[in-house]
Design a protein around this ligand. Structure first.
Ligand code: SAH
Ligand code: SF4
Ligand code: F3S
Length: 474
């Protein structure tokens, strides 16, 4: 069956479940773990559920369906799921709600086995390649009252036209590619998300146009390796249709930059090894592309980088940063770093600190290395003891926090363009927005500023956010 017909078939299942649910006022609760790609997948699951007649609830005890979208990139993500499942057992016994688990973790055999053995009350298990079939799986569970396991080991196709219920009205994520071909030796993602597959330019452009017409201001392009968008297709001769001049990541940025009423474009994550000059040029040229670029470092030591299979050296990374800083005015950078990769010595870890000191990142996402079953890193013999990993993590954290504090000072007294996203989560009397460099700014203002880009004067800094004031109208 081609993908169009497959989506049509799922629409039919949506209608069938909707009919069964008519006038029942049913609710769903969804919990999403992991990265923005997973968040975007959850928005699709929410879209399907709402079309099937369910409304969202934040309280699991009110839910008729509890859905988990899982992540397995590090061990603590997995632990969280098992904790939550334990809590749900009682609810299942009391009111027989449907429990469904999907996402990356479900692509791991040892995990699905564990669920079947220790949590037999779970109704539906589905993987990353079968997300679009959720209506069919749910229909089967409801009608046939049996457990469903719907997991594919082969790469899923790209399905267009699934319903979507977005979590924000200001900014929208648009997945441009699925999967990853890089096989960094610590990482489970290529095994659970499959090989790289890009969406067609026309589908992406049309989605962004629709978002623009619905009032969205910020677009976040998502993929595990966004700057190799369409590369595999070109290398393997897989057909794609050029649209609006889009035949690469650089041209995609250019085309989206032209779409009226979109004000900001961000993307995560690019890979340093694929950061070609045409992409750098477009970032510099396209006024809507935010000048905060996420450039995952992982380690600052060339030997560790080689062991990680990252395909660049410390010097190549620093040279790339230098080149980008020269070509892109007002560039700021954020990064991901792993501490305690197998074999990493104290001396090698110092290289990571050295790069952090040199680049002065706007934001650093720090992770303690976590062994992932099936990856080359897990089989390496020289695993770093937990205690040392934690010590290195604390050292890196202290450096990063001191840099952020220093960097925040630079904002105080400046005027920043802030896209207002909504009420502040911690203080309902304040509004919250973000700068081009993705810093959160909290300020007092009237609610009709939500969704607008405004000038704010930064009056103070507070580590993870800045405080702003409205400029008087001149
Ligand atoms: N494709 C993206 C994101 C991958 S997952 C990229 O390449 O940047 C997000 C981050 O999780 C990675 O950048 C890495 O820093 C971290 N990560 C991945 N596997 C990990 C592991 N086994 N242990 C600790 N951190 C890990
Ligand atoms: Fe994982 Fe590396 Fe792919 Fe990122 S690029 S998803 S870290 S294998
Ligand atoms: Fe986690 Fe899967 Fe994303 S493993 S980080 S949710 S791609």
């Amino acid at each position: 069956m081609n993908t169009k017909n497959e989506v049509k078939l799922q629409q039919e299942y949506i209608e069938k479940v909707k009919k069964i649910n008519k006038n029942k006022n049913l609710k769903y609760n969804i919990l999403t773990f992991g990265c923005q790609l997973n968040e975007n997948d959850s928005e699709k699951l929410c879209g399907m559920l709402e079309e099937m007649g369910y409304t969202k609830t934040e309280k699991p005890e009110e839910a008729d369906i509890a859905l988990f979208n899982t992540c397995c990139v590090r061990e603590n993500a997995e632990d969280k799921l098992f904790g939550k499942l334990g809590e749900l057992k009682r609810l299942k016994e009391q009111k027989g709600l449907i429990i469904a688990i999907g996402g990356c973790m479900m692509q791991e055999k040892h995990i699905t086995n564990k669920i079947k053995e220790s949590y037999p009350f779970v109704d539906i298990i589905f993987g990353t390649h079968t997300l679009h079939k959720f209506p069919e799986d749910l229909h089967k569970t409801i009608e046939e009252k049996r457990k469903i396991e719907d997991i594919l080991d082969i790469d899923g196709k790209v399905y267009e036209g699934l319903p979507i219920r977005r979590s924000s009205k200001t900014k929208a994520s648009v997945t441009i590619m699925n999967g990853c071909n890089n096989f960094c030796s610590y990482c489970i993602v290529p095994y659970v998300r499959g090989r790289e597959r890009s969406r067609q330019p026309r589908d992406i452009i049309n989605e962004v146009r629709e978002l623009a017409s619905n009032g969205y201001k910020e677009i976040i392009l998502l993929g595990q390796n966004v700057n190799s968008y369409l590369r595999v297709e070109k290398e393997k001769g897989i057909e794609f249709e050029e649209y609006e001049g889009v035949n690469s990541f650089a041209t995609l940025l250019r085309a989206i930059n032209k779409i009226d009423s979109i004000e900001r474009i961000r993307f995560v994550s690019p890979h340093p090894k694929d950061f070609t000059d045409d992409v750098i040029e477009q970032i510099a040229d396209c006024e809507k592309v935010c000048k905060l670029i996420h450039l995952p470092l992982q380690s600052g030591n060339t030997k560790v980088l080689k062991e990680m299979n990252r395909k660049y050296t410390k010097e190549q990374y620093l040279n790339l940063v230098e080149k980008m800083k020269n070509k892109i005015p007002n560039l700021t950078l954020s990064t991901d770093i792993i501490v305690g990769f197998p074999g990493e010595t104290d001396e090698e870890f110092e290289d990571t600190l050295d790069v952090v000191r040199k680049v002065k990142f706007e934001q650093v996402y720090m992770f303690i290395y976590s062994r992932r079953v099936g990856t080359p890193g897990d089989k390496m013999e020289n695993q770093v003891p937990e205690e040392i990993k934690h010590k290195r993590f604390d050292k890196l954290k202290a450096l990063v926090e001191s840099q952020i504090e220093e960097n925040n000072q630079k904002y105080v007294g400046t005027i920043q363009k802030v896209l207002v996203e909504g009420e502040s989560k911690n203080n309902k009397n304040m509004l919250s927005g973000r700068t081009d460099s993705n810093k959160v700014v909290i300020f007092e203002g009237s609610k009709d500023l939500i969704d607008k880009t405004i000038d704010l004067k930064i009056v103070s800094e507070h580590m993870w956010y800045l405080k702003g004031e409205l400029e008087e109208i001149k």
